[in-house]
Design a binder for this molecule. Structure first.
Ligand SMILES: Nc1ncnc2c1ncn2[C@@H]1O[C@H](COP(=O)(O)OP(=O)(O)OP(=O)(O)O)[C@@H](O)[C@H]1O
Length: 349
């Protein structure tokens, strides 16, 4: 539906986007994820029409978007700050865009009523923004974005102004809403948990380029580049070279089990990534596993994080254990995982 092809944008000597191509499907909830400054907002602004690329094309259902003014594009953009009109009621705020389009009064009334119902604000329609909570303001902004029935809704860090609890509620709400209205959503976020919980697919950005596009589980389980392995969720990383089947050969830790990424050739420089929840602590006298000493145990309620110092490795290896862990700092342990619980990724040279 939305096709982004070879988009490049430079600001002086900064290349904010470097030949980005993406295809986003009808009705999809798509996330652009990456650290600050990686170019995701610039891409959103290009799609919306507030920024012009130096090269590349953007089409929506085959129609060129780039030669259209922002207000001629069938797109809504919801900003970080909701930019509600403080002197207008919720109802007025939502109706504003339709009034500007000079739609018949009855039509406006009907559509505003429906949208307020959808976002659960019917009861608060007569209030001003200052009389609302952060989460409620967020809903007004959403209502305002969808009442115009855009084909595409772009959301720039939509939940970043909310505190943790409200944010979790709003994540569910956003997902439900997107399902209900069936509009394609493209959300920009630097929060990987948020991207994973919301999106059908995620594009991971780094320095103006897309490093991987995948469904959340695939992104988490099968990162294809070192950047993605490091950025998405916690990972323990080991450097080495791809060995014979299902192993990484390292200088300091011998041979470690892992499944090679597609196309990885034996002898290539590679990185093994294993999630903390895949690392098991076994007895120090076992013959398998990586030897280490527990340096810290932190209890987080549902899980405990056990940090294990391994000789020859600067950073401790992190193991996530269900519930309260019985091991104590100073304990000698071994760290174990199966080949299918770790991935071996090629390192660009
Ligand atoms: N108008 C501009 N003039 C100069 N440089 C810009 C401009 N807009 C963006 N940049 C630069 O382009 C790069 C990408 O910026 P962009 O805002 O797209 O990143 P981002 O990934 O959205 O980051 P954040 O999450 O911090 O908003 C950054 O290095 C930024 O400083």
């Amino acid at each position: 539906m939305l096709k982004i092809d070879g988009i490049t944008r430079r600001f002086g000597d900064v290349t904010a986007l470097d030949g980005v191509s993406l295809e986003i499907g009808q009705g999809e909830f798509f996330a652009l994820l990456g650290p600050s400054g990686c170019g995701k907002t610039t891409l959103l602004r290009i799609i919306a029409g507030f920024e012009t690329p130096d090269a590349g094309t953007v089409t929506l259902d085959g129609e060129d978007l780039l030669d259209k003014q922002p207000n001629r594009r069938p797109i809504s953009l919801m900003f970080q700050s909701y930019a509600l009109f403080p002197h207008m009621t919720v109802r007025k705020n939502v109706a504003y865009g339709l009034e500007r389009e000079k739609l018949p009064r009855a039509e406006i009334k009907k559509r505003v009523g429906e949208v307020l119902e959808t976002v659960g604000l019917s009861e608060l329609a007569g209030r001003k923004p200052s009389q609302l909570s952060g989460g409620q303001r967020q809903r007004v902004a959403l209502a305002r974005s969808i009442v115009k029935r855009p084909r595409l809704l772009l959301l720039d860090e939509p939940l970043s102004a909310l505190d943790k609890k409200v944010r979790a509620d709003m994540q569910l709400e956003l997902k439900r809403l997107q399902n209900e209205v069936g509009i394609t959503f493209v959300v920009v976020t630097h929060d990987q948990e948020e991207a994973m919980s919301l999106a059908d697919r995620i594009a991971v950005f780094d320095s103006g380029a897309v490093r991987q596009v995948d469904e959340p589980v695939a992104l988490y389980e099968r990162p294809r580049t070192p950047f993605v392995a490091d950025f998405v969720g916690a990972n323990n990383l080991f450097e080495g070279t791809a060995g014979a089947k299902d192993e990484l050969e390292t200088e300091d830790f011998g041979v470690l089990p892992g499944s090679p990424a597609e196309g990885l050739e034996q002898g290539a420089k590679a990185l093994l990534a294993v999630r903390p929840e895949r690392v098991r602590l076994i007895g120090a006298t076992e013959s398998r596993g990586l030897k280490g000493t527990v340096v810290d145990v932190s209890f987080y309620g549902g899980v405990s994080h056990v940090s294990v110092g391994v000789p020859g490795r600067g950073k401790p290896v992190l193991a996530a254990v269900q519930g309260a862990s019985e091991v104590r700092p100073g304990a000698e342990v071994r760290l174990d995982w199966q080949a299918d619980e770790a991935v071996i990724i090629p390192v660009d040279q």
